[in-house]
Structure formats: structure tokens, C-alpha cells
Design a protein around this ligand. Structure first.
Ligand code: ADP
Length: 391
């Protein structure tokens, strides 16, 4: 059994996390470079918007310092459910929307939470590993702002999440978004797109949009960076009122301009997630891993020495990024590949059980008949063959 061999031991928590995540079709991490740009507001409204379209949705608040989701949902009295098997389940908000936040687990709402790094890290992992979520179409994650340890832990725990970047038209906020984009590139998180919040103004008297401030920076930034622009949400005093009253604007005023803007955002998100999934299925996007020797100029052929990997991001048959990553000692190979969100692995003469184990877990195994070429040329050759086959 490969899983029990040295180097393939899997941490129990990792296993639970992976099992839960495998039942969730799309994970969206709502991020912003700094606080106050409306990240939680966007997360709550898109979670409700998706649930109103009959998707099964989970909303996870991992903003440990300022959990605001229960208040925005008007669901502070709701508690975790205990399931027949004794496990705790995420809190049920409606038949197809569940949520989880640190807030109901705290003694009182004003408790100042002082979390040390390791505690934060394990709390976030428990939120996903120990709490039952069940089958979901979408898990929307309200990530802590910035590009520090917490978003990093979330990203590492849910490596196949897509990042949804929230910005406002102000220049500073756009600079912060650029930082988030660099963060996503560094941790290899695919970006779903950009949302511009507080863009334009809805008159509190007549409910009509007024272009008071400059807007459109999010669209420009998205165009510049080749990212999707997913939508624009105006400043609307009702967003604040409804957030405070516990009924998000998309549900409280479904006919309003702002609710319509959120609905369009939700439609664009659904289309974008489907497109990103198709990109992987149809191999327009691939992340190819190759075990390499030290120095990483040749493929490593001995599975007992698979500890260094060259990883290539390929889009439309072109290599975009290459990285060399060390697999932590004792980490299960599959777990490592999943953490890297690898879609393919190139191996030389792999043991049959290993190849079956990986392909049975949705990692496509490509077998090379030479161990002498450089990893770069192995990838290039594969891409050439693929192109020739589809031409
Ligand atoms: P973050 O999660 O980025 O810290 P929040 O979602 O908590 O931001 O929003 C910060 C404040 O701004 C809240 O009071 C919220 O009601 C308000 N807000 C967010 N988006 C809008 C909007 N489009 N129009 C008006 N107020 C908004």
C-alpha cells in the first residue's frame, strides 16, 4: 500500500480536510488588500445570491479578529448543529446556505480575541477539517484582509480556492489589490476576477445612481492585468442599514439597483467558475509537476527520493510560470500535489500502484520514456505533442 510507505504518511487532519474539500465544487476566497473596502459585505451578498439561485452554499468567516458575518446575516443566535454521527455541522441559515464564523464560539461579542499565530492556523484548519459541511456547490470564504499569515493559512488549507479580489475606486485600494495579485501569484492561487465596490453612489431619496466619485479603476486594472472584471457595486446607504439589520441588501431590497448589481456579480461569478473548471477539464489550464533531482536539471526516477518538484503553470499550451518546490518531509505525495493544485505529473517508469493511486485521485500521470532530458524540455515536448494531436 503506497499510502503507508515512508514519505507517503498522511496527517489525519490533512486527510479530513481533503475529504471535506473534495465534496465542494468551487471554493472562492474573497480577499482585499486592506480592511473596510466591503469584503465581508460582498462575501455575504454573493453567498446569499448563489443560494437564491438554488446552489448549495457554505459561507466561512475566517476573519478571526473582526467576524462580522453572523451580524450581517442576523444570525447571531444560531448555533452549530450536532449531527447524528456526533460531529458538529456548520450553522444552517436556510435550506441551502450554511455558515460558520468564530463569533458563536466566543463567550461574548466583545471578547477581544488575541490569537497567536499557531492557534489561528489550527482554528482555521479545524473550521474546515472538523466541522461538517457536506456537499456544496460553492464555499465562499471571507478571508482576513491583507497578505499576511491568515490569508496564507487559508490559501494553504484550501489550495484550489479561487481568489476574488475586492477593491474600491480609490488609488490606494488599487495599489493594495496589486499587492494581493502578487500574493496570489506567489502562492499560485488562480484569480477569479476583480469586483469594484463603492463605485458610484445611489441617491438615498430617489434610489437612482449618481456618479459622484471616479469609478472604473477596477475595470482598468483588470484589463491591464488580463483578469476578469466581475462587477461593480455602488455605494448605497441601504447596504449599511441592511448589514446592521441582519438582512443583506440582495435579499432585503431585491428590486434595488444595488441588489441587481449583486445579482449580475453572482451571474458573472457562476460563469467564471464554470469557465475555470472547463479550462482544467479541457487542459487549457494545467499545472504540471515533475519530481526532480538536485540540482533540478533532471527528472528524479526513484519514488523514495521524490522530495523536490519543478512545477509549471501552463495556459493555452504556453508555460507561464515555473517554480521549484520542496515537498515537506513526511508529507503524503498526493497531499503535496493537491496542495500545489497540480493537475498533471510527469514520471519516468513509475511503479504501477503509484500511477494508479495518483490517477485515481484526479492527477493525470504522464509517463516519459527518457530520464535524460531536462524537466523544461519534457514539458515542452508534451505541449508540442498535445498541439500536434489537436491540430
Ligand atoms: P471589510 O470586510 O472589507 O472590512 P465590510 O464589508 O465590513 O468591509 O464593510 C465596511 C463598511 O462599509 C460596513 O459598514 C458596510 O456596511 C459598508 N459598505 C460596504 N459596502 C458598501 C456599499 N456598497 N455601500 C455602502 N456601504 C457599504
Amino acid at each position: 500500500m503506497i499510502k503507508k510507505e515512508k514519505g507517503f504518511i498522511m496527517d489525519q487532519q490533512d486527510k479530513k480536510i481533503r475529504e471535506q474539500l473534495s465534496k465542494i465544487k468551487h471554493k472562492i476566497m474573497v480577499m482585499s488588500g486592506k480592511g473596510g473596502v466591503g469584503k465581508s459585505t460582498v462575501a455575504v451578498n454573493i453567498a446569499i445570491g448563489l443560494s437564491l439561485q438554488d446552489f448549495m452554499v457554505g459561507l466561512l468567516d475566517v476573519d478571526l479578529h473582526g467576524p462580522s458575518i453572523p451580524k450581517m446575516l442576523g444570525a447571531r443566535d444560531l448555533r452549530l448543529s450536532r449531527r447524528p454521527d456526533g460531529k458538529m455541522g456548520a450553522i444552517k441559515y436556510s435550506p441551502n446556505l450554511k455558515f460558520l464564523s468564530i463569533e458563536p464560539l466566543l463567550p461574548s461579542e466583545d471578547t477581544a480575541v488575541i490569537w497567536r499565530g499557531p492557534i489561528k492556523h489550527s482554528a482555521i484548519r479545524q473550521f474546515i477539517g472538523d466541522i461538517y459541511w457536506g456537499e456544496l456547490d460553492y464555499l465562499v470564504i471571507d478571508a482576513p484582509p491583507g497578505t499576511g499569515d491568515e490569508p496564507l493559512t487559508v490559501a494553504k488549507t484550501i489550495p484550489d480556492a479561487y481568489a476574488l479580489l475586492v477593491t474600491t475606486p480609490q488609488e490606494v485600494s488599487l495599489i493594495d489589490v496589486k499587492k494581493s495579485i502578487r500574493f496570489c501569484q506567489k502562492i499560485k492561487m488562480r484569480i477569479l476576477g476583480i469586483v469594484e465596490n463603492m463605485s458610484g453612489f445611489i441617491c438615498p431619496h430617489c434610489g437612482k445612481p449618481i456618479d459622484l466619485f471616479k469609478k472604473g479603476g477596477g475595470q482598468k486594472l483588470a484589463d491591464e492585468l488580463g483578469l476578469r472584471f466581475l462587477g461593480r457595486i455602488p455605494i448605497d446607504p441601504r447596504v449599511v442599514d441592511t448589514g446592521d439589520a441582519g438582512k443583506p441588501v440582495i435579499a432585503a431590497y431585491p428590486e434595488s439597483v444595488t441588489a441587481k448589481a449583486f445579482e449580475e456579480l453572482v451571474r458573472n461569478i457562476v460563469a467564471a467558475t464554470e469557465e475555470m473548471r472547463r479550462d482544467v477539464l479541457e487542459e487549457r489550464f494545467m499545472r504540471i509537476a515533475i519530481p526532480v533531482a538536485t540540482p533540478p536539471t533532471k527528472i528524479e526516477t526513484d519514488p523514495a527520493k521524490f522530495d523536490l518538484f519543478a512545477i509549471y503553470d501552463v495556459e493555452n499550451n504556453k508555460i507561464l510560470v515555473k517554480d521549484v518546490v520542496k515537498k515537506p518531509e513526511n508529507q503524503d505525495l498526493l497531499d503535496f500535489l493537491k496542495e500545489q493544485v497540480a493537475t498533471h505529473i510527469i514520471l519516468f517508469d513509475p511503479p504501477r500502484e503509484l500511477a494508479d493511486y495518483l490517477s485515481g485521485n484526479e492527477i493525470r500521470v504522464l509517463v516519459t520514456d527518457t530520464s535524460q532530458e531536462s524537466p523544461d524540455s519534457l514539458v515542452e515536448e508534451y505541449l508540442k505533442e498535445k498541439e500536434a494531436a489537436t491540430a
